[in-house]
Design a protein around this ligand. Structure first.
Ligand SMILES: C[S@@+](CC[C@H](N)C(=O)[O-])C[C@H]1O[C@@H](n2cnc3c(N)ncnc32)[C@H](O)[C@@H]1O
Length: 327
């Protein structure tokens, strides 16, 4: 009946002791279709499937004094955790927790709803996390393009909005490459690259919890490449020259400042992929070119392979994604 498009989906079937009655669109087709099954026709007033009320409507009813149209209820889903970014100035904790409960009640896959504060702190780039609803968990397995990433929201930076970039970079890696990920966090770039190619990656982060998470992910994924993880300050650790085929710099507040250092570590013809925040009003493409030429003034020549003005990181700033080949 489903294949023949005979079921009325907006109505609920009715169960009696001996029968299940399905709401159907055209009873004349049934005898032919169900010739080897016993059935009967009966008229019912089938109940409608109750559509869940949208969260915003429930909230408007419960808290009519709050202007919900102005509050973003968008959230990122990391494995079993939903992470919101609610404006703390506009709602009380109990209201925020009610938002969390409603989100939780709408999804079978979610176990916890958390709220993150906008203010990122320290070299580790952590933001304070507030518990809203469900289980009190801050750790989860997140999947991006089939790569498992262990996420520890309380203690190590992770942003699911970088998934496409992780994938794009990994897709351009050739077998046998030696790669350096200067600010690896929980190791997303490294894991994507090692999953896709037999390459060697050195992944550095100053935050031991981030490297701990990376170690767990290395064990969980079936990787083709090798990842060597290091805890420490990536500017101070390496005493190499002309060594890497590719270097990834993802510390977007100041990635450009690391360009001269990366240039020294890179082989001739190697690629630097970096991410930099730029103010929108500055004409991001023009601005990034200026910053590159200023920081690579000592390099003979380089070629822009890719410049993309990417996601908005705040109302005033965007992230610019760049691949450069140095000669
Ligand atoms: C934007 S996050 C990296 C995100 C990661 N690349 C990803 O795609 O998921 C920046 C990381 O740089 C690390 N970090 C900051 N300063 C550092 C330094 N001097 N040396 C090494 N790591 C550093 C932080 O601990 C943080 O994990």
């Amino acid at each position: 009946m489903i294949k023949a498009n005979l079921i009325l989906y907006h109505k609920k079937p009715i169960k009696t002791t001996d029968f299940v009655f399905f709401p159907i669109t055209d009873y004349k087709q049934i005898p032919k279709l169900l010739s080897d099954i016993s059935f009967k026709f009966q008229q019912w007033e089938f109940p409608s499937r109750s559509k869940q009320e949208p969260i915003i409507e429930s909230l408007q009813k419960e808290f009519p004094n709050i202007n919900w149209e102005e509050i973003s209820l968008k959230f990122d889903q990391l494995g079993e955790i939903a992470i919101l970014k609610l404006d703390p100035s506009c709602t009380s904790l109990s209201v925020r927790q009610r938002v969390g409960e409603l989100i939780l009640s709408r999804s079978l896959r979610l176990k916890a709803v958390l709220n993150k504060n906008d203010i990122i702190k320290g070299a580790e780039r952590l933001y304070p996390i507030e518990y809203l609803a469900g289980e009190k968990i801050w750790q989860t397995w997140h999947q991006e393009y089939g790569v498992f990433i262990f996420v520890d929201l309380e203690r190590a930076y992770f942003n699911p909005r970088l998934a496409e970039e992780h994938h794009r970079v990994a897709m351009s890696v050739k077998p046998g490459e030696t790669i350096l990920d200067l600010f690896t966090g929980v190791g997303s770039f490294a894991l994507h690259c090692a999953k896709g190619s037999p390459c060697t990656i050195v992944a550095i982060d100053i935050n031991p919890y981030a490297i701990d998470a990376l170690q767990r992910s290395i064990k969980k994924n079936k990787l083709q490449g090798d990842i060597h993880s290091i805890i420490g300050d990536s500017r101070k650790i390496l005493r190499l020259q002309d060594y890497f085929d590719r270097i990834i710099i993802n510390l977007p507040q100041k990635s450009v400042k690391y360009l001269p250092y990366a240039a020294k570590l890179l082989k001739k013809g190697g690629i630097i992929t970096f991410y930099q925040f730029i103010l929108k009003f500055e004409n991001p493409e023009e601005k990034i070119r200026k910053l590159i030429s200023k920081n690579l003034a000592h390099i003979n020549s380089y070629k822009e392979l890719y410049i993309k003005v990417g996601r908005d990181v705040s109302p005033s700033r965007v992230q610019v994604n760049v691949d450069l080949q140095l000669f």
